[in-house]
Write a protein that binds this ligand. Sequence first.
Ligand SMILES: *[C@@H]1O[C@H](CO)[C@@H](O)[C@H](O)[C@H]1NC(C)=O
Ligand SMILES: *[C@@H]1O[C@H](CO)[C@@H](O)[C@H](O)[C@H]1NC(C)=O
Ligand SMILES: *[C@@H]1O[C@H](CO)[C@@H](O)[C@H](O)[C@H]1NC(C)=O
Ligand SMILES: *[C@@H]1O[C@H](CO)[C@@H](O)[C@H](O)[C@H]1NC(C)=O
Length: 313
Amino acid sequence: MASSSPLCLFLLPLLVAVVTVRAQGQDPFMWVSALRSRGYGVGSLTGDSTGGECPEVCDCPPTFPIAMYCDNRGMTSVPNVPSRMKYVYLQHNQITNVPDDAFANATNLVWLMLHENGILNIGKKAFAKMKNLDRLYLSHNNLTKVPSNLPNSLRDLRLDHNQISKVPPNAFEGMENLTMLLLHDNAIQDVGAALKSLSSLLLLDVSSNKLKKVPESLPDQIHQLYMESNAIDAVPNDFLSHFQQLQYIRMSHNELTDKGIPANTFNVSGLVELDLSFNKLERIPVVNTKLEHLYLQANQIKEFTLGSFCSVV
Ligand SMILES: *[C@@H]1O[C@H](CO)[C@@H](O)[C@H](O)[C@H]1NC(C)=O
Ligand SMILES: *[C@@H]1O[C@H](CO)[C@@H](O)[C@H](O)[C@H]1NC(C)=O
Ligand SMILES: *[C@@H]1O[C@H](CO)[C@@H](O)[C@H](O)[C@H]1NC(C)=O
Ligand SMILES: *[C@@H]1O[C@H](CO)[C@@H](O)[C@H](O)[C@H]1NC(C)=O
């Protein structure tokens, strides 16, 4: 009978399972929200005895005077952000425009949350002076291109759920510390060589775009690569030979055919999850026996033998 490799144990459930796990949605920084004290909405811009100046519409808790909470207030423009601020929450408003001087004094920002607005335009210099910005969340807006002059200090950049079609070649230049880049649910056809300089990138999500091929110049140390729901019909020769750390590849809902997967492409050690479901494969690709999760449902697989997956002992 079959060996008891993790793949074999997983074999039967995987053929019927439709699993969608996504590293998104939940705000992982709830601890800061927990520090938030309510009831300080009457602060004024001229300063007070509690936590320093604060736009009237926002909360600046005296117990955490470097944070400013302006989320979900129906705001249509960015308020003045005092220079002491490091954590600014502006998500879930109706901001459509972020002019060059919107954050003129806010040069110390570490986190800037601007997701769930209707942002169409961002001035070319809007973020340029932020030398310590670590997280910039611009998800769920109406951007059509990656903003210019993003700070090199970013570690976590979220641009998912916009209408981005243009990724300039220098969009991420110099971002040597960027580890997480979310670009999913946009209209990107090609990322060109824009990812080349991201020497710390661990997670790239470009799913639900219009990609016809696997992005070129992926950083060598990438760990999670999500490309589902695109129009990719092939993977490059030697695709995985460059990526020693790659553990998760999700390519469901593409147009992969047997011809597009060179022999032994996925027969590499290190992979933990390979999702090739909802493609046009007729054969089961050769995979390493240590692979834990292989998804192949909704293809046109014509052969099925246990030997396809399991070494026989
Ligand atoms: C920046 O600070 C100056 C001086 O305190 C103030 O006059 C100006 O309105 C501030 N601008 C913004 C955009 O916060
Ligand atoms: C932004 O896009 C959404 C749909 O994605 C649309 O409903 C909304 O009207 C757009 N907002 C602006 C300001 O264009
Ligand atoms: C990247 O992180 C290191 C270590 O924290 C820091 O010294 C360096 O300045 C950062 N790079 C940029 C471009 O901010
Ligand atoms: C898969 O790779 C292993 C080790 O690199 C090799 O020994 C084996 O022959 C390969 N399997 C197939 C079917 O080519």
